[in-house]
Design a binder for this molecule. Structure first.
Ligand code: NAI
Length: 255
């Protein structure tokens, strides 16, 4: 195969929340495009094992390792980061900060624990995971960080104050870190999905999902594979001159 067919050949990826949904689609596509991957999971051990088995069978020459890692917790995240580096022979080229949760509730009724869970997982994990990996990432001569934000972080969404705040925080973090590390040949970008078919959006009651589709110009939710294609493009050399950007992928939800 040519480099064009395997644009991520030899790239070492770390992906958080990689056992299902968007994270699993990124893991699959990165392996398919030639990468080695260490991914984290929290509660989905069976899905993580099944994904590794599937990918070892499909790509026996590439590394794919599932590691337990609760990224909302600094100790758990540090252990995960150290174990991921070990699996990838001490270095990495691409970090995808994907793990995230939502707790949809109107703000007047939101409990402090709900706020904390969302902010600690979505935004706290940016510190917990990126901090131990940013220096190793600069060592390979070039590196990429891709943070999964959300259209809610760009535009706000009712019932999602904590989620929107955490995802806006990711956008600020992305832009500031991009400026800090650009001189070390590391790019940092955020991807902001709209409504994507995963376990997260399967919780939306069908009548509400039908209504939401009427607000999307393309008339449908996106797929995890749509997001993975963008992430893998940003991780490739083709995107080497893109940094500090937020790329919305939402079927034109806001134009
Ligand atoms: P998902 O619920 O299938 O995946 C979330 C992943 O994060 C899971 O693998 C879960 O185990 C992991 N996770 C949650 N808390 C964790 C913790 N404390 N430590 C480690 N891992 C943890 O949902 P989906 O849709 O695949 O979400 C992936 C990312 O995309 C999230 O950051 C989400 O906010 C974002 N996103 C999703 C959208 C959608 O419509 N599905 C829209 C916009 C953003």
């Amino acid at each position: 195969m040519t480099t064009d067919e395997l644009p991520l050949r030899g790239r070492r990826f770390v992906v958080t929340g990689g056992a299902r949904g968007i994270g699993a689609a990124v893991v699959r596509l990165a392996l398919a495009q030639g990468a080695d991957v260490a991914f984290g999971y929290h509660r989905s051990a069976d899905q993580a094992d099944a994904l590794c088995d599937e990918l070892h069978a499909a790509y026996p020459d590439r590394r794919c390792t599932a590691l337990h890692g609760r990224v909302s917790d600094s100790t758990g995240a540090e252990k995960f980061a150290a174990a991921a580096l070990d699996c990838l022979s001490g270095g990495l080229d691409v970090l995808v900060n994907n793990a995230g949760v939502n707790q949809d509730v109107v703000f007047a009724r939101m409990r402090r624990e709900q706020w904390d869970e969302v902010v600690d997982t979505n935004l706290g994990s940016m510190f917990n995971v990126t901090r131990p990996l940013v220096m190793p990432l600069t060592k390979g001569g070039k590196g990429t960080i891709i943070n999964i934000a959300s259209a809610s972080g760009l535009h706000g969404a009712p019932g999602q104050t904590a989620y929107s705040a955490s995802k806006s925080g990711i956008i600020g973090f992305t832009k500031a870190l991009a400026k800090e590390v650009a001189g070390r040949a590391v790019t940092v970008n955020a991807v902001a999905p709209g409504f994507i078919h995963t376990d997260m959006t399967d919780m939306i009651p069908p009548p509400q999902a039908c209504h939401l589709k009427t607000l999307i110009p393309t008339g449908e939710f996106g797929s995890a594979d749509d997001v993975a294609a963008l992430v893998c493009f940003l991780a490739s050399d083709r995107a080497r001159y893109i940094t500090g950007q937020v790329i919305e992928i939402s079927g034109g939800l806001v134009i």
